[in-house]
Design a protein around this ligand. Structure first.
Ligand code: ADQ
Length: 509
């Protein structure tokens, strides 16, 4: 569908993607340059699209060897082993990055948008950096644009001001901004000291996208409350400062894995993983995979495990919880504290329920590559996604996609976008540890027939609604907007022509 959209609806159009994080990072390790593909839902989702469109991806060059491999225009063709598109790196000073990324984006907007009861911090100095960096990216977009009406896909909360800044320079561009995290209700949003500027910035977009309708509604409510605008709720469009912004939901997804010939079967994979972790063959395995982030409800699932062992003590010694947690934003105090609390709670539970060699929780606090993660998903009896709040959550979809044996159970928080689509998961409230503990029990005792029935339906959903459909739907809407604009322009020209032919004074009232 994406290919069709591109060929039929947007032939020869120019696609520019902007995100904070780059899809490829070059690092210098022991004097040699190493290529690293970072852990991020955003990169997993956008990389296949940019490849298909042969576009330009503009991002912050964060690797220690990034400058060594670019050309004199700061560009590099990627993927390095099979180049398909251009990566344009933007350099930020330490001070800029600290204020814009760690400060305003991650200590301000991230907690503001996630209802996870972590207080957002707003500092004027961070806001200054955020504005400056948005301006810097706007300049680079204009520099990279080969025409005056490119399609620009802006990613995420790092760039709330960018759409307006681009619009001022390229008034005919089609700008789609996708907000990957939730949008809070107007009451919560109102605490942001620069709420009007943020809304004004975003409304420079032709389309603002969220994962689910609730976040679209919250955004429209915020605009209604803080800006002078006209809102057409039926068409989900906002008219502001003489232009129109559509607000739509586009649920993001993953690239469906291709059938790999000769890939190890589920039983073999399980055996290999159990051997690697030193687990006896007869224990059950639960798995959790995320960046170590306070919105992901990692402590909450450990509390649920505690409850579960209290209620079902016969399972002590028979269930191991493998938690993979990639370090993230480690310089921020809230993340350092979470890491400490996490290690302490794991130690406490392991001490309480461990016997001999048995440890109920195994914590692997490092980055894993996607193949490794797929092996863990396939080896597990159930996967736990207990986010306190999450725009979508791709781990839930990756787990489902990995289960070609159609077995395994997904325990999924009701506060993820994914819970709107994966209806056959065991949906839980992460704030209720005893109910979540019961869901673990239900997962462990579910018949294979029921597992298969649920898994088949979820797999069908994720297979069809994959990341290409997400991008395809956004680009299709962009194509519609461009066609309508072209039509409007033709009609306006015709009217001009007609009125020029009419004698002066012949117009009717
Ligand atoms: P994230 O908050 O990063 O994404 P998520 O959607 O779960 O959350 O994506 C995480 C990605 O990182 C997954 O592809 C996962 O496999 C990978 N990952 C996690 N832990 C890893 C590890 N230890 N090692 C290697 N890879 C790891 C944000 C929003 C989400 C939204 C996505 C996409 O917060 O709500 O779904 O963007 O829009």
């Amino acid at each position: 569908m994406l290919r069709q959209v591109l060929e039929r609806e947007l032939p020869d159009e120019e696609l520019i993607v902007v995100s904070n994080r780059e899809p490829y990072v070059h690092e210098r390790v022991d004097g040699r340059i190493k290529l690293h593909v970072p852990a991020s839902g955003l990169v997993s989702a956008l990389e296949p699209i940019t490849r298909t469109c042969a576009g330009t991806w503009i991002a912050h060059g964060s690797g220690t060897a990034d400058r060594d491999v670019v050309d004199r225009n700061d560009r590099i063709a990627v993927p390095p082993d099979d180049p398909a598109y251009t990566l344009r790196r933007v350099w930020l000073s330490e001070e800029e990055y600290k204020g814009y990324y760690f400060g305003f984006a991650n200590e301000g907007l991230w907690p503001l948008c996630h209802i996870a009861f972590t207080r957002p911090m707003f500092r004027a100095a961070d806001w200054e950096c955020y504005q400056a960096v948005n301006r810097k990216f706007a300049e680079v977009v204009v520099e990279e644009a080969k025409s005056d009406r490119p399609i620009v896909l802006i990613q995420d909360y790092h760039f709330a001001l960018l759409p307006r800044l681009i619009r001022e320079k390229l008034p005919d561009a089609t700008i789609i901004t996708f907000w990957h995290i939730p949008w809070p209700n107007a009451e919560v949003f109102s605490v942001c000291p620069w709420r009007e500027q943020i809304l004004d910035g975003l409304l420079g977009s032709s389309i603002v996208g969220f994962h689910i309708q609730l976040h679209c509604n919250n955004f429209i409510e915020s605009v209604d409350r803080f800006l002078e605008s006209r809102i057409d709720r039926e068409a989900a469009a906002i008219s502001y400062r003489g232009s129109l912004t559509a607000v739509h939901s586009y649920p993001i997804s993953i690239e469906w894995p291709e059938d790999e010939e000769g890939r190890a079967g589920a039983a073999e994979t399980r055996q290999a993983v159990f051997q690697r972790l030193g687990l006896p063959a007869d224990v059950k395995l639960a798995v959790g995979v995320e960046r170590l982030d306070y919105t992901k409800g990692i402590l909450d699932r450990f509390h649920a495990l505690d409850e579960f062992f209290q209620q079902h003590s016969d399972w002590i010694g028979r269930l191991v919880f493998l938690q993979v947690a990639a370090p993230s934003r480690g310089t921020l105090p809230a993340y350092q504290q979470l890491y400490r609390e996490c290690v302490e709670l794991v130690d406490e539970i392991n001490e309480r329920y461990g016997r001999g060699d048995y440890r109920p929780i195994v914590l692997l606090d490092r980055h894993h590559d996607q193949d490794d993660l797929a092996m863990l998903y396939r080896a597990a009896d159930f996967c736990v996604v207990s986010s306190l709040h999450d725009g979508m959550n791709l781990v839930a979809k990756e787990f489902v996609a990995a289960r070609d044996d159609e077995l395994g159970v997904l325990v999924l928080s009701a506060f993820t976008g994914a819970s709107r689509e994966l209806l056959e998961a065991l949906v839980v409230n992460p704030y209720d540890p005893s109910a979540m503990g019961e869901a673990f029990y239900q997962a462990l005792t579910m018949s294979e027939e029921e597992q298969r029935g649920r898994m088949q339906r979820m797999r069908e959903n994720v297979r069809v609604n994959n990341v290409y459909r997400w991008a395809g739907n956004m680009l299709l809407d962009a194509a519609r907007l461009r066609k309508r604009a072209a039509l409007d322009e033709t009609m306006a020209n015709q009217n001009l022509f007609r009125s020029a032919q009419q004698p002066i004074g012949a117009t009717t009232a």
